[in-house]
Design a protein around this ligand. Sequence first.
Ligand SMILES: NC(=O)c1ccc[n+]([C@@H]2O[C@H](COP(=O)([O-])OP(=O)(O)OC[C@H]3O[C@@H](n4cnc5c(N)ncnc54)[C@H](O)[C@@H]3O)[C@@H](O)[C@H]2O)c1
Length: 176
Amino acid sequence: MSTTRKVALVGAGVIGTQHGLVISELADRIELVAVADVEIDRAERLAAHRGGRPYPSLTAALAAEEIDVVVVCTPTGRHAEVAVEALEAGKHVIVEKPAEITVQRTDEIIKAQQKAGTLVTVISLRVTLETNRQSIGVITGAYESARTDVSAGSLSRAATRRAFAPFEQLRWSDQH
Ligand SMILES: NC(=O)c1ccc[n+]([C@@H]2O[C@H](COP(=O)([O-])OP(=O)(O)OC[C@H]3O[C@@H](n4cnc5c(N)ncnc54)[C@H](O)[C@@H]3O)[C@@H](O)[C@H]2O)c1
């Protein structure tokens, strides 16, 4: 049985490109199978560089690919709809910071996670703040060591790497 996590990246902009780099560095454990962006040329460019097939939306990617984890790199305030769609499809989700811009939209993610029973984590360098810890409250602890063991300049990449740690630690048999 394959233990490689299949990842769909949604939003191939500035930070999505960074995620693509990190995913490519974890290629023995994580496979980028889809890159979705409403600007299809961005999806095509990133997919050509880092792997996976380009799609104009998460909906299209979900219809075409076997996906375990969806990484949400859409603009701030546009995370909930993508995260909720992924959760409703039964996927694990990594959301770029900030999770959302209102409590109501953040609650939509939390409710969808509780219903799906899959994992959600939020990329944040400020995970020790109690509010942040509780805001989505699933597995942000995986990031904490990134705050101390990384030299200046590489923190962003390391924090992104840490986001994938919970999925690496999960045994596939626990989930399926
Ligand atoms: N840029 C950074 O250094 C940085 C750092 C930390 C966190 N973030 C966070 O990452 C998120 C993205 O930031 P960015 O700078 O990469 O933005 P960006 O504008 O460069 O990229 C966002 C991409 O998402 C695409 N998009 C928009 N709606 C979409 C949808 N529904 N489906 C698919 N694609 C869609 C856009 O076409 C665009 O290519 C923001 O929430 C931001 O706060 C960014």
